[in-house]
Design a protein around this ligand. Structure first.
Ligand code: ADP
Length: 639
């Protein structure tokens, strides 16, 4: 095949520490899934061909009179080797050192430091990470790479060789054909792969969708007439060699889609669903979008790679084109191929091109459709999806006002209706259960599910059988500040403002409330004095059935969660005082009302206030005084 002569200038270099770690980990954790090495190497070869095609758009000389891009796979059963040869972009000496000696991807060091040492868990992680070139060492005891970058003279070829331990050697070689040839010297337990049938079936299984032909020598049929002269073996295409997204949906099966997902995402786990669309007309594009099953480890890293693979008229343009989806859909993987963009677009041009905005809006709708459909088709699996990515989708209403209602439909919340935190409900479920006369969607924000579930603020809702959504993600209060209504119903935080649960009873209730407030006029005044510095005012509660008291915020006050986030970020938080509401039916309140000793009255009032603060998930300003007051009471009890 390729002519490569070595010059005596071999140099030995050490792997970056992270590479050594990765190699170790891979060999141990992917032991049971050895065959993926072929997929990874063919995937790299295909990327290299796409890069060449792209660079050749502006410099056709790079083709060096050979524009037929292809990948060849061959093997030698006796020598126990497999060779993967491509005529793609190839690598210069610097490229080789940068790509095959270090791991350049951002966040890798971070990823490696997150490993637990537990093989099962780590192999999960590595699945999300993608192993690429180094997977060669799962099956090979030695890997030789012969490569030359397109456009460089033949004598600037490079031979890289390593046994995957701590180091690799580099030598200058003459390489006539551009591109990369990788020779794997198989380990004893991997010699089974040096077999035509096995390699063919692996190419079909994992690389059928690759747009480039993957060729192998035709297997000779054992001929009956021994004497006949042997024909020169011919190359044949083993895969379909058409870009998967350009094919008709009806020709493709689930396995095809899954295989392609691994190629575009470098994620070993299966996608949970996908959407393949071709659109013609003014805006012409094909998209293939996938929902991954697990969040990547760097989902919350702002710098983490995200975005789609961009093609223009089937020519690969760039990876991680992040202009085509909003941030709150950053976990979606896939391909977009459009005719409306020019072949020489760059990231800078993409930022200004109005077509990009149109594509973004179309792809956003497609993504939301896909998620919605999946939720309807498999509600149980959707709960898992929601656990992985729900917090990201919650950024949606603030980022994408136009699709707010649709994003809200995708959300799931814990609720007083279900009784456990794992079972969540949608807003549509909620609307379906609303009581007659109820005109609001009630919710409560808290730091934990248990604190939310046991909040005194829910008492009256329980009694009346009105459902309340329990929001416990860090992002929730912030998110709710961007949402006003759903399907014409407004949202109401149950810890804020005066409650008006139903319109009809209101006259009757009003009268009752007035009566109670009158009866407790004295108490309201006394409490107001004692709690003056902590609360805005004191009133009889309509919220409570079991607890003696609770604290209520003003309609537009900042809740505890936002307050904490802002404080942690060192931002100024506006000073607000809650209203102290007490339960007129509670025996402690009756007792308090009768307390003649002003000191004791003050102690009890402060205890009730602090308890209400604690029940709301808040912190006490002066916990020591609370404890000493409580202890004083306990002593009196036991005296
Ligand atoms: P990834 O493909 O995810 O970037 P790899 O470890 O598989 O990671 O490869 C590292 C880099 O090595 C690639 O990004 C590419 O630049 C280079 N590379 C690997 N294989 C080839 C090849 N066959 N031709 C040219 N470059 C290659």
């Amino acid at each position: 095949m390729s002519s490569a002569t070595e010059t005596p200038n071999t140099e030995t270099l050490g792997f970056q520490t992270e590479v050594k770690q990765l190699l170790q980990l891979m060999i141990h954790s992917l032991y049971s899934n050895k065959e993926i090495f072929l997929r990874e190497l063919i995937s790299n070869a295909s990327d290299a061909a796409e890069k060449l095609r792209f660079e050749a758009l502006s410099n056709a000389d790079l083709y060096e009179h050979d524009g037929d891009l292809r990948i060849q796979v061959s093997f030698d059963e006796e020598a126990k080797t497999i060779t993967i040869d491509d005529n793609g972009i190839g690598m210069s000496r610097d490229d080789v050192i940068a790509h095959l000696g270090t791991i350049a991807k951002s966040g890798t060091a971070n990823f490696l430091s997150n490993l637990s040492g537990d093989a099962a868990k780590d192999s999960q992680l590595i699945g999300q990470f993608g192993v690429g070139f180094y997977s060669a060492f799962i099956v090979a005891s030695k890997v030789d790479v012969y490569t030359r970058r397109a456009g460089l003279p033949a004598e600037e070829g490079v031979h890289w060789s390593s046994e995957g331990e701590g180091e690799f050697t580099l030598a200058q070689i003459d390489k006539l054909e551009r591109g990369t040839r990788i020779v794997l010297s198989l380990k004893d337990d991997a010699v089974e792969f040096a077999n035509g049938w096995r390699l063919r079936s692996l190419v079909k299984k994992y690389s059928d969708h690759i747009a480039l032909p993957v060729q192998m020598l035709k297997e000779e049929m054992p001929s009956e007439e021994e004497s006949e002269e042997k024909a020169e073996p011919e190359l044949e295409n083993v895969n379909s060699a058409t870009a998967l997204w350009t094919r008709n949906k009806s020709e493709l099966n689930d396995e095809d889609y899954k295989g392609f997902y691994q190629h575009v995402s470098h994620d070993f786990q299966e996608p949970i669903t996908w959407a393949h669309n071709r659109v013609e007309g003014n805006l012409e594009y094909t998209s293939l979008l996938y929902l991954p099953s697990k969040a990547p480890y760097d989902l919350w890293n702002r710098e983490a790679p995200k975005g789609l693979k961009l093609y223009v008229q089937r020519v690969f343009i760039m990876d991680q084109a992040d202009q085509f989806l909003p941030l709150y859909l950053r976990f979606i993987k896939g391909v977009v191929d459009s005719r409306n963009l020019s072949l020489n677009v760059s990231r800078e041009i993409l930022q200004k091109d109005p077509t990009v905005e149109k594509l973004k809006s179309a792809l956003t709708k497609r993504s939301l459709d896909m998620i919605e459909k999946f939720g309807k088709k498999d509600p149980e699996a959707y709960q898992e999806f929601w656990k992985e990515f729900g917090q990201v989708l919650k950024e949606g209403p603030a980022e994408d006002n136009a699709n707010r209602e649709r994003i809200l439909k995708l959300m799931r919340f814990a609720s007083t209706q279900t009784g456990n935190s794992n079972e969540t409900v949608s807003l549509e479920d909620y609307l379906g259960r609303m009581q007659e006369g109820q005109d609001k969607i009630y919710y409560l924000v808290s730091d934990s599910y248990n604190a939310a579930k046991n909040s005194p603020h829910l008492e009256i809702f329980r009694k009346k059988g009105i459902e309340v959504l329990l929001l416990t993600d860090r992002i929730d209060e912030w998110m709710m500040s961007h949402i006003f209504d759903f399907d014409g119903k407004s949202f109401q935080d149950v810890t804020k403002g005066e409650l008006k649960l139903d319109k009809e009873e209101s006259e009757e209730q009003k009268a009752e409330l007035e009566e109670k407030s009158k009866a407790y006029e004295g108490l309201i005044e006394r409490l107001g004095k004692v709690l003056e510095s902590q609360v805005e005012s004191v009133r009889v509660s309509q919220r409570l059935t079991d607890s003696p008291a609770c604290l209520v915020l003003g309609d537009y006050d900042m809740g505890l969660q936002m307050r904490r986030i802002m404080e942690a970020a060192g931002q100024a938080v506006p000073e607000t005082k809650p209203v102290f509401e007490f339960n007129a039916e509670h025996p402690l309140i009756a007792k308090l009302d009768q307390e003649a000793d002003e000191d004791r009255f003050a102690d009890l009032a402060l205890i009730l206030h602090d308890q209400a603060q604690l029940a709301a998930g808040g912190q006490l300003e002066d916990p020591a005084s609370y404890i000493s007051r409580m202890n004083k009471l306990l002593l009196e009890l036991s005296a």
